[in-house]
Design a binder for this molecule. Structure first.
Ligand SMILES: Cc1cc2nc3c(=O)[nH]c(=O)nc-3n(C[C@H](O)[C@H](O)[C@H](O)COP(=O)(O)OP(=O)(O)OC[C@H]3O[C@@H](n4cnc5c(N)ncnc54)[C@H](O)[C@@H]3O)c2cc1C
Length: 284
């Protein structure tokens, strides 16, 4: 279908973008790479009167080293993340996961800000941000604020971003000594995850001392598998022990039912994939 009529503006600064959005109220919408928003426009599921394109804003692009953390600009593309040396060295989970999303053409346009602000429960990066305990830098008419990943995803396609607020960057802590893995289950290459698991693990003296697990598509928002995290902490770093801990991965989840799988199937996948992801993160 052809989208409804809209005005399209490319501001030259972040402040100009916020000003435009503030004036437009409910009728204004941010666009970055357009990979999620354009299909919604074409289906007329979104009918904004104004699109404010932040994809070209230089201040929202690239990865900055802040010492203990990396600040990833919201308009940094997934293609860039998959090949960035700072990301590979300090936060490989993001680079690995970005490289598993869609295909090369989509990754060249899609941005990390769009992937997070869209808040699709089948999206891979929200669960990664949750497991990393990332913090989201936001600017709006009232100024700057930070939102913890755990407080950002409120419901299906719904975030804590207020009207006229723009996600400017994602702050991810460097995690030296942690292993990581993202395990994605899909039936065809480049498809969305039926279930995905982001795992981080720290080892010492043959034991996993701490584990973090984020689940994709196991509810309307990404969730932490806290029961499995607790079971993995202090356990022997072996495949069998981690598989036992992973048997609790689906506790507290609300997996959806759709053409790709029933809730029970997804629960099974979450347990199996968590066992694999934890073992890979722990290096066993
Ligand atoms: C064929 C195809 C396959 C895909 N497969 C996968 C997959 O396997 N896994 C996966 O995770 N994703 C997948 N995606 C989705 C893709 O990752 C997202 O479409 C993309 O990352 C969104 O980024 P964007 O810059 O294109 O956002 P846009 O489409 O421009 O925007 C998406 C939403 O985010 C908002 N937004 C964008 N930037 C900001 C900002 N800075 N501040 C506030 N709001 C903002 C927009 O208003 C809009 O609501 C796929 C997409 C396609 C087209």
């Amino acid at each position: 279908m052809i989208p409804s009529k809209f005005e399209y503006l490319r501001p030259e600064s972040l402040d100009e973008a916020i000003h435009l959005l503030s004036n437009a109220g409910e009728e204004g919408k941010v666009i970055a790479g357009g990979q999620s928003l354009t299909p919604l426009l074409r289906l007329r599921l979104a009918q904004p009167e104004l699109l404010v394109d932040v994809g070209g804003l230089y201040e929202l692009r690239g990865v900055r080293d802040e010492g203990d953390a990396l600040l990833i600009g919201a308009s940094t593309t997934l293609h860039h993340l998959a090949g960035d040396p700072l990301i590979a060295e300090n936060c490989g989970l993001i680079g690995r996961t970005a490289g598993l999303i869609a295909d090369r053409a989509v990754r060249h346009r899609a941005t990390i800000g769009g992937a997070l602000a869209h808040a699709d429960p089948a999206g891979d990066l929200p669960a990664v941000a949750l497991a990393l305990q990332a913090s989201f830098a936001v600017r709006g008419p009232e100024g700057d604020r930070d939102i913890a990943a755990a407080d950002f995803f409120l419901d299906y396609l719904t975030t804590a971003l207020g009207p006229a607020e723009i996600l400017t960057g994602v702050r991810v802590p460097k995690m030296p000594g942690w292993g990581y893995h993202y395990e994605k289950f899909h039936r065809t290459a480049q498809a969305w995850a039926i279930v995905g698991v982001a795992a981080l693990a720290r080892r010492s003296n043959g034991q996993v001392t701490e584990a973090r697990i984020g689940l994709t598509n196991m509810g309307p928002v990404p969730v932490r598998a806290t029961a499995a995290e607790a079971a993995a902490a202090g356990t022997e770093a072996s495949r069998n022990a981690l598989r036992a801990a992973a048997s609790r991965a689906d506790e507290g989840t609300e997996p959806p039912s759709d053409l790709h799988g029933a809730p029970d199937y997804r629960r099974h996948l979450a347990r199996v994939l968590t066992g694999r992801a934890l073992a890979a993160a722990a290096g066993v």
